[in-house]
Design a protein around this ligand. Sequence first.
Ligand SMILES: Nc1ncnc2c1ncn2[C@@H]1O[C@H](COP(=O)(O)OP(=O)(O)OP(=O)(O)O)[C@@H](O)[C@H]1O
Ligand SMILES: [Mg+2]
Length: 249
Amino acid sequence: MSIELKDVHKAFGEKRVLRGFTLSVERGETVSVIGGSGQGKSTLLKHVNGLLKPDAGEVWVDGQRIDQLEGEPLYETRRKVGYVFQFAALFDSMTIAENVAMGLRRIPGLSEADIADRVRTALARVDLEGVDEQYPSELSGGMRKRAGLARAIALEPAYLLYDEPTTGLDPVTLSMVDELILRMSDRLGVTSVVITHDMESAYRISDRIVMLHEGRARVAGTPDEIRDSADPVVRAFVEGRADLLEEAS
Ligand SMILES: Nc1ncnc2c1ncn2[C@@H]1O[C@H](COP(=O)(O)OP(=O)(O)OP(=O)(O)O)[C@@H](O)[C@H]1O
Ligand SMILES: [Mg+2]
């Protein structure tokens, strides 16, 4: 098992967000997490790279309990885990090339030429050539999103966590990002967790889909199983039908 969350609980003050969330992701697998806004999807993902610590439960990554790591051992494990933030999270005062190079500079033994090479390759992979010297504010939202993606893949991580990588992208760019996620998985064997609201994209890229609902994994199944799910909460989300939710409650 390469990523495993066991009975994870997390509250912010009075707000109980994760309430016994359990999920196992096998090596090389791509698992998508779906669920309504505010259900805790980003919170969940931040536990996987140790940005957040659970109140209770365990988070395993690459054979380590990342929730118990601190300092250098935490950074060492985190380096294997690429994170594509929901809102790009680029540094406005740095150029796109500098943003993408940022994580690479922390890898010992990489020369400036190696770094430049990896930045170029990563930007090309997301179809963002020629913007190296521009600043994030000069790019469109979709381009910034792809720059965030380039920064994560430049590190060539064994694990990739994507927080809504396709939200707000035009259909062509969206299918390009889907292709990229598939390629990272098929060619490089990357293990991925993808948060998405886009069911077509989830069906296309996922080995399994999990729904986060009221702090727990509501269902976990293959795209076909999710498509055919009889669970009204799943169907309400998948089919975009609020009326089914009322039926369920
Ligand atoms: N650092 C924090 N401090 C306080 N509350 C937080 C914090 N992070 C998240 N929350 C709260 O936890 C809940 C879940 O937030 P989260 O961002 O994980 O939801 P989400 O499922 O990713 O939503 P969206 O689909 O809108 O991105 C929300 O009510 C949010 O306000
Ligand atoms: Mg979110």
